[in-house]
Design a protein around this ligand. Structure first.
Ligand code: LLP
Length: 425
């Protein structure tokens, strides 16, 4: 169910009119729906009910403390990629023992912090990382729980910047080297080999590549088992993609169907080849948990007719929402109060001094200066990828809970932006 709909001619987030939010908090503002968030989380958690499974929300998609707190209270674990993200989980009341730590470049300090807090597992991506982790754990008198991120060399058929499971990507240990890497891990005294993981890419609409990756991981688990390396969990990586509302786009497979298909294969393998032994399944979804729970609310500053194109200049920009500029991503743009007048074609652009600063291109809009627009499906990789380029304070963030609105991050003001700087005079 969409939590953003027109009611009496005004776009609402659940029961709250977006123009009311703009009036109260200004624009640009990210608006999230609490009920959408919980619904999305439960599409994974519900599909795994009664199973030994953990949904580790990939918090890089949206790491606002209020979002983390809501998910933690639903029982979520977290997939982190930095020490900073771990500190956020803890600040939000999340449980470090449900945290997995991904990423190719973990520093010594980050490893120390994660070991000190007692995370569930390090998703290790290379042999040098294994040695570093072994050394750090040894110095601390601990054993580090380790999973290897194996690169199954599966084509996820997504945007090249967000495909990660091919040989040419920087991520993971090549499938052909995985066995040797596991042997190395098992030989290191301060590591405890507990799992296997992969992540082949983001915004995957079809689950076929994910199921292919699962088959390859299972094959490896069997081989490892034969060598006495017993794994307790299998982490299938990020979640299913989402619909961005573009005409003719392929639709994502429903999460429940995807999870059911994973379990079909896992159950068959466990009974036929794994002696019925249990294995915990871990998911690291990000986009499908938060993507459609949020919109970016922005005000039209000017309409600027051009010789080849008309521009609709808004107060949000690429620094607020990078996806169009970085990936040429198509994001839906809706007027908050649609007008009946004639529509014209516009590029929706921000005030940043870059030609790449656009949010949407060639959109038919009937709009006037001062109107509000909502950039839809902006809850994932929106705020978290925002920057202060052009000394623009980052947007406010609010969460709608039924008919209530909560400010969960105030708008940054210019003084915030240079508060950490000093001159050398
Ligand atoms: N696990 C790992 C190791 C990841 O690298 C990612 C995303 C995820 C899980 C979550 O994947 P998801 O469920 O969100 O597909 N900024 C890009 C997406 C980058 C994805 C990076 N890794 C975008 O805006 O499309």
């Amino acid at each position: 169910m969409s939590h953003f709909s027109y009611q009496d001619g005004v776009l609402h987030a659940d029961q709250v009119a977006l123009d009311r939010i703009a009036e109260q908090f200004g624009t640009p503002t990210y608006v999230y729906s609490k009920s959408a968030l919980l619904e999305n989380f439960n599409s994974y958690a519900g599909a795994c009910k009664g199973r030994d499974a953990l949904v580790c929300y990939a918090m890089k998609a949206n790491s606002n403390l209020a979002i983390l707190d809501l998910l933690a209270r639903e029982g979520a674990g977290f997939d982190i990629v930095s020490g900073g993200e771990l500190l956020r989980v803890i600040a939000a009341g999340g449980d470090p023992s449900k945290v997995i730590f991904s990423g190719v470049g973990k520093t010594v300090d980050e490893m120390r912090l994660a070991l000190d807090k007692g995370i569930l597992c390090f998703n290790v991506e290379s042999i040098p990382e294994l040695h570093r982790l072994n050394e750090v754990a040894g110095q601390m008198g601990k054993k580090a729980p380790v999973s290897l991120r194996v690169n199954p060399n599966v084509d996820a058929k997504t945007h090249p910047y967000i495909a990660t499971g091919l040989k040419a990507n920087k991520f993971g240990v090549a499938f052909d080297d995985a066995l040797d890497t596991y042997r190395t891990a098992a030989s290191l005294p301060h590591l405890d080999v507990v799992g296997i993981d992969c992540h082949i890419g983001s915004q995957l609409l079809d689950d076929a590549p994910l199921l292919e990756a699962l088959d390859k991981l299972i094959e490896l688990i069997d081989t490892l088992h034969g060598e006495g390396i017993v794994l307790h969990h299998l982490d299938i990586g990020g979640g299913i993609g989402i619909s961005y509302g573009e005409a003719g786009e392929a639709q994502p497979v429903p999460v429940g169907d995807y999870v059911a298909r994973l379990y079909e294969r896992i159950d068959a393998w466990r009974t036929e080849r794994h002696g019925g032994k249990p294995i915990k399944l871990i998911f690291e979804p990000g986009r499908s948990i938060v993507g459609d729970t949020g919109v970016l609310l922005t005000t039209i500053e000017f309409l600027k007719p051009g010789q080849e194109k008309n521009f609709c200049v808004v107060d949000a920009a690429m620094n607020d929402l990078m996806r169009p500029a970085l990936y040429q991503a198509w994001m839906d743009v809706k007027p908050v109060r649609p007008r009946s007048g004639e529509a014209h074609s516009y590029d929706v652009v921000g005030p940043v001094c870059e030609s790449g600063d656009w949010l949407a291109r060639d959109r038919a809009l009937a709009v006037e200066p001062g109107d509000l627009l909502a950039v839809m499906q902006a809850g994932a990789y929106g705020f978290t990828m925002s920057s202060n380029y052009n000394t623009r304070g980052r947007a406010a963030e609010v969460i709608v809970d039924g008919d209530q609105v909560h400010l969960v991050r105030r708008r940054e003001n210019p003084a915030d932006l240079f508060a950490l700087e000093s001159t050398i005079r």
